[in-house]
Design a protein around this ligand. Structure first.
Ligand code: PLP
Length: 387
């Protein structure tokens, strides 16, 4: 009998992938399923990006690249950060990674170990808690409340810091809630963190370009007083409909970069070379496809929020960003998991229970509205009929 390391039992999983597998099994039995579980744009990657990657292969770019990424891409990321966040960064601190999930994993491995604490949003993206517990650290939940638009309260967050706190993970615009943290709350947090120089911050800004209703993105990198402790995560998956290309980046403080790169060299060497050229074309080329995609998400967002609020027992805040609606279902009397199962099995709509994102997700269901308006209308019709 083989013996696996005990740490393996501490790894969680991404429930959106589990729901997808169950939904596919139902489809294989002939059922029609509307997919609102997994979070990925239903648009194709813009053609100029695909062409740049194909050209890279035709031009012979098929070997390893430097572990941090090709210099042109790291420079393009630095230029993009300057363009959208107004901050100058050193391109040598950019680590191109095989998806944002790797940046999360590396950051948790860099800071987490037995006895350490890492503060993480709840409800929050499920990879955070999984990576934290795998590292051996304790995940300390930061309760995101619906009455605050699912933004954190900076003073509550600061009160969770102990001498054992190594890292705080933040995510705005957020998965699964679509919440956007207003600038003044981030500024207050940055100010408060000055008193806690032992704490690093991982700011997951992967939805930074997906904002609605006049919301603006505030990056943790903008606050000079904490910049030497901020790891910024962003990437291409959502902004350019490139989830399957597996490319993202982390910007690490200079003092942490070499450790992050050593993890990268040990785990993945470097990123798929053609994908890096695609990523370069995405950042340096026209941005209108992203703008069109966000405009389409905005229309769908209005449709789904209106529809969900019309279902007895449901209520849903208008999300300010990302492409998720996080509906409160407490009025139905069902638990989040019961509702997830009912919607999949009876209404044929794949969603994810709020509890998949942490204990404070009880009473909520996540709908990814990165799907066509017709499918959204069909899902709403089916849900109404089923409930
Ligand atoms: N961060 C958040 C908040 C996400 O929702 C996701 C994907 O769903 C990721 C990171 C990871 O994205 P990827 O690994 O595709 O770059």
């Amino acid at each position: 009998m083989v013996t696996l390391a005990t740490r393996m039992s501490r790894l969680g999983t991404d429930s959106a992938f589990e729901v997808l597998a169950r939904a596919k099994a139902l489809e294989a039995q002939g059922r029609n399923i509307v997919h609102m579980g997994i979070g990925q744009p239903d648009f194709p990657t813009p053609p100029h990006i695909v062409e740049a990657a194909c050209k890279a292969l035709r031009d012979g770019h098929h070997g390893y690249t430097p572990a941090g990424g090709i210099p042109e891409l790291r420079q393009a990321v630095a230029d993009d950060i300057h363009k959208y966040r107004g901050v100058e960064i050193d391109p040598s601190t950019v680590l191109i990674a095989p998806g944002g999930k790797s940046v999360i994993f590396y950051a948790c491995l860099m800071f987490g170990e037995k006895g350490a604490e890492i503060i993480t949003p709840d409800p929050g993206f499920l990879s955070y808690e999984s990576a934290i517990s795998f590292s051996g650290a304790t995940a300390v939940p930061l309760h995101l409340r619906e009455e605050n638009g699912f933004a954190f309260d900076p003073d509550e967050l600061l009160s969770l810091i102990t001498p054992k706190t190594r890292l705080i993970i933040l995510n705005s615009p957020a998965n699964p809630t679509g919440g956007v943290v207003p600038r003044e709350k981030i500024a207050r947090l940055a100010e408060g963190l000055a008193k806690h120089p032992h704490v690093a911050i991982l700011s997951d800004e992967i939805y930074s370009r997906m904002l609605y209703d006049g919301h603006e993105h505030t990056s943790l990198l903008e606050f000079e007083e904490i910049r030497d402790r901020v790891i910024l995560l962003d990437g291409w998956s959502k902004t350019y409909a490139m989830t399957g290309w597996r490319i993202a980046y982390g910007i690490f403080p200079k003092s942490m970069y070499d450790d992050a790169e050593r993890l990268a060299i040990n785990c993945h060497s470097c990123i798929n070379t053609a994908a890096q050229y695609g990523g370069l074309a995405a950042l340096t080329g026209p941005q209108d496809e992203t703008e069109k995609m966000v405009a389409a998400f905005d229309e769908r967002r209005r449709l789904i929020v209106l529809g969900l609020n019309d279902i007895p027992g449901f209520s849903c805040l208008a999300p300010g960003g990302a492409f998720y609606a996080f509906a409160n279902i407490t009025g139905t009397g069902l638990s989040a998991k019961e509702m997830e199962e009912k919607l999949l099995n009876e209404a044929g709509v794949a969603t994810v229970a709020g509890t998949s994102f942490g204990g404070f997700g009880e009473g909520y269901i996540r709908f990814s509205y990165a799907t066509g308006k017709d499918q959204i209308a069909e899902a709403l019709k089916q849900i109404r009929a089923c409930l």
